[in-house]
Every structure is written in C-alpha cells, then in structure tokens.
Design a binder for this molecule. Structure first.
Ligand SMILES: [Zn+2]
Length: 60
C-alpha cells in the first residue's frame, strides 16, 4: 500500500485508488522520483505540489 504524500489518500502498489465503501477504481497514477525514492500521486496537482515543496512532503 502506498499513499499520496500530499493528500494522504491510499492507493495500492499498482496505482489503484483505494476508496472506503466503494469498489476499487483504477486511476492513472502519477509517479515522481525524489532522491532515489519513487513517490506516487493520485493527481497531477499533487505531483506538482510535491515537486514545488519536496522537502515538506518527502519521507525523512
Ligand atoms: Zn494526492
């Protein structure tokens, strides 16, 4: 299980968005590599936000 580091929504490792009380919805996951670690985002907006402030959202 991975989660979007910006909005914290949960996704499975294959990029399926996990929503409570609903069936899994396949989405196109945005990926970004920062300092050798791959991060997954549920939206381009979150990826952009992360790219703008990587130190704020990256795992320490
Ligand atoms: Zn997000």
């Amino acid at each position: 299980m991975v989660s979007c580091p910006v909005c914290k929504i949960n996704m499975s490792d294959d990029g399926t968005l996990v929503l409570p009380m609903t069936e899994k919805i396949k989405i196109e996951t945005n990926k970004l590599v920062h300092k050798g670690k791959t991060y997954f985002f549920d939206s381009t907006d979150c990826a952009r936000e992360f790219a703008a402030n990587p130190d704020k959202y990256a795992e320490k």
